[in-house]
Design a protein around this ligand. Structure first.
Ligand SMILES: [Zn+2]
Length: 185
């Protein structure tokens, strides 16, 4: 069964699994894709699309919180969504270790085109594919800009095991810190 409710990505921030989503009729909205391109705001006609839209949260996603809790428990201190201003772009990684220059992104499987779960809903495919392609392209631009400014970038998929993700981050931080101590006077 399809649930034909119109759900905005904002309205479900605090309520990720509504039992009976209240439909809120809106006038035809459009979304800017950049470079002057706008597409009609898609109506999530399938459960998959609704779930994907609910998952489009900017911060404090479940996997993000899980990884942050683990890092905190291991004694690491970090900043959340702190802006890093580079020559060409301004980036807000999900977790920032400024002194060590390590930037962590926890990418949602749908929005960032995970090879395992990044399948697109059939409906509104034009919207989804252009949006996801843009996200992927932007991710690579951010990675290049950060790395060329001396940052290490760790990308974690939403589906990754949080413990293993924390291990990867710990390893990267240890490497970054050993580099720092070698260069410090
Ligand atoms: Zn995935």
């Amino acid at each position: 069964m399809y649930r034909k409710s119109v759900e905005s990505d904002q309205s479900n921030r605090r309520n990720p699994k509504p039992k009976n989503a209240v439909s809120s009729p809106r006038s035809e909205r459009t979304i800017a894709l950049g470079s002057g391109v706008r597409v009609a705001y898609p109506r999530p006609v399938s459960d998959a699309a609704s779930a994907a839209m609910r998952g489009n949260r900017k911060r404090d996603t479940k996997p993000e919180l899980a990884v942050r809790r683990l890092l905190h428990a291991r004694g690491y201190r970090y900043r959340v969504n702190a802006p890093i201003v580079l020559l060409t772009v301004r980036v807000r990684p999900d977790i920032v270790f400024r002194a060590a220059r390590v930037a962590i992104f926890i990418d949602g499987c749908f929005w960032h085109g995970c090879p395992k779960h990044g399948t697109q809903p059939k409906s509104n495919s034009h919207y989804w594919s252009s949006k996801i392609e843009r996200n992927i392209a932007r991710d690579r631009i951010y990675d290049r800009a950060l790395r060329s400014a001396g940052w290490a970038v760790v990308r974690i998929w939403e589906h990754d095991d949080p413990e293993r993700a924390a291990d990867r981050i710990s390893a990267r931080l240890a490497k970054a810190r050993s580099l720092i101590s070698k260069t410090a006077v």
